[in-house]
Write a protein that binds this ligand. Structure first.
Ligand code: NAD
Length: 510
């Protein structure tokens, strides 16, 4: 259960108590210019526990365009001072934030499980990722590398330097409630930008906690602002505001396309969805592949942009692999993520449950064969869905092409590696891929030909590390987050020429 006393201490602006037997509904606020405030409209909404939808977790501000305008104004006012703070000093706030997150890890993880539904072990990994990202981003404070290069002229010096862009509008999804907002905020800040964060409406508590951690770390007022509220109003206001110089968005490709259309001329960095494949070759270690598909397909209830949703198996081993995988899928235990023996938690909300149900019906109508699951379980009242396995899937089916974002894995067969690669590349998405093989030629051919931003060999499609670049190709995105490459998202690369010859030197003429 959500510990009311504990939360009351942490959420510094608790203002409403609705006493009902023992339940206290906590009211959360927006962070604008260092102040915790209500939305200008006074409108609020509630979020409930997806495993126990009767349990209200809090009341949250429905921020709107006016709130966003104020938040962007605060971020703009803070820009100059923050940009002038030396990058290694900016980084010190992130080291402090990492320490605070570490101290709060267990309690934050429990809050995340209540708010979003992922299992406690999975939630701990989410918080750990945020901690690791904080250290990685902080390390960039002592690098922020540009480069020097020889000039083609005598007595002339050329180099590049990374400068802040300005106000960053950060829009995040709910499936990594701390890790993704953290990745955006930490990199934006260390690069010298100020930020307005608009988190997903399903996970406002984790985003509020992140803003509180930065406040506790001493980040100056206005440098980080938080506006909760609907994407179509608050999110879109952020995207359209001309003072916002860079938008960093993670979410669905449909929303990404809308943002790209509406943003006007500014930097727009998109991290979008996936339809991630695993290829299982006939020389693969099948036990290893089964474990990889189980982990990649059903962890986080399949609600990962990198979740394995297509498994392409060489005909020679298809029957054996299918039998081995089915045996394991049937053993997955569904339930409240706070219970240690649960493998698969609920979906995030009712709309997600309806969407997954609909895709199962579509799969059946398209002729795919259901091996396991396919239904909302009758014995659980939260937004659960049975771990589902389809086989005999074909590339033109909708369940083979579209992102389902639930615990649904589709099996395909392929004649050979070329056939498998062509199946992988037959979708619009291109985020993560994996190949299980013990033949290094197969591995290298796949690495070079699979159209995805990430490729794993003999490991699942999930599991990226904080210090390596993360991102997709095709409709999966336009950017790379994380590590030294992550600074490109939030900096302008300025080119500098210094001529100390004392003469006019003409480029391309002299
Ligand atoms: P979503 O696109 O519905 O929402 C993402 C964010 O955008 C939310 O904060 C939402 O409020 C906001 N938003 C919605 N409409 C908006 C609009 N018109 N203008 C501005 N903002 C708007 O996505 P979701 O359901 O929160 O997340 C799931 C999706 O995110 C999946 O497609 C998943 O694959 C993707 N995802 C991608 C990555 C990645 O790094 N590539 C990581 C996690 C999730």
């Amino acid at each position: 259960m959500f510990d009311a006393a504990e939360t009351k201490r942490e959420n510094s602006r608790v203002s409403t108590y609705l006493f009902r037997v023992v339940l206290v509904v906590l009211k959360y606020q927006l962070l604008i210019n260092g102040e915790w405030v209500n939305s200008e409209s006074g409108e609020t909404y509630q979020r409930v526990n997806p495993a126990e939808p009767d349990e209200v977790l809090g009341e949250f501000q429905k921020g709107n365009a006016v709130d966003v305008e104020k938040a962007v104004g605060a971020a703009e006012d803070a820009c100059e001072g923050w940009a002038e703070t030396p990058a290694p000093k900016r980084a010190e706030y992130l080291y402090k934030a990492a320490q605070l997150l570490t101290q709060q890890k267990e309690e934050l993880s429990r809050t995340m499980t209540l708010e979003m539904g992922k299992t406690l072990a999975d939630a701990r990994a989410d918080v750990q990722e945020a901690i690791d990202v904080a250290y990685c981003a902080a390390a960039e404070g002592r690098r922020l590398l540009g480069h020097t290069t020889p000039s083609e002229k005598k007595d002339k010096f050329a180099y590049t330097v990374r400068l802040p862009i300005g106000v960053a509008g950060l829009i995040s999804p709910w499936n990594f409630p701390i890790a993704i907002p953290a990745r955006k905020v930490f990199y934006a800040l260390v690069c010298g930008n100020t930020a307005v964060l608009k988190p997903a409406s399903d996970t406002p508590i984790c985003a509020t906690r992140l803003a509180q951690v930065l406040e506790q770390a001493g980040v100056p007022k206005g440098v980080v602002n938080l506006v909760t509220g609907p994407g179509e109003s608050a999110g879109m206001a952020l995207v359209k505001d001309k003072r916002v110089r860079v938008v960093s968005f993670t979410g669905s490709k449909e929303t990404g396309a809308t943002i790209l259309r509406e943003a006007g001329i500014k930097r727009v960095n998109l991290e979008l969805g996936g339809k991630n494949p695993v290829i299982v070759m006939d020389d693969a270690d099948l036990n290893l592949a089964v474990n990889g598909v189980l982990w990649g397909g059903y962890e986080t209830t399949g609600q990962r942009c990198t979740a394995a949703s297509r498994v392409i198996i060489l005909e020679e081993v298809k029957e054996t692999f299918e039998r081995m995988l089915l045996e394991q899928v049937r053993k997955l235990r569904l339930g409240n993520g706070l219970n240690a023996d649960v493998d698969v938690g609920p979906l995030v909300n009712k709309a997600a449950q309806d969407k997954v149900s609909r895709y199962c019906e579509i799969g059946l109508s398209e002729g795919a064969k259901l091996l396991a699951g396919g239904h909302v379980p009758a014995n659980l009242k939260g937004w659960f869905f049975e771990p589902t396995l389809f086989t005999d899937c074909k590339r033109e089916m909708r369940i083979a092409q579209e992102e389902i974002f639930g615990p649904v894995v589709c099996l395909f067969s392929a004649e050979n590696l070329e056939d498998a690669i062509s199946l992988v590349n037959s979708v619009d998405y291109g985020l993560s891929s994996s190949i299980y093989t013990n033949n290094f030629r197969n591995a290298f051919v796949a690495i070079n030909k699979l159209q995805t931003g990430l490729t794993y060999v003999n490991s699942p499609t999930i599991g990226s590390e904080a210090h390596l670049p993360f991102g997709g190709v095709k409709h999966s995105g336009t950017t790379r987050e994380g590590g030294p490459d992550g600074t490109a998202e939030f900096t302008e690369l300025k080119t500098v020429y210094i001529d100390y010859s004392g003469k006019l030197q003409k480029a391309f003429l002299d």
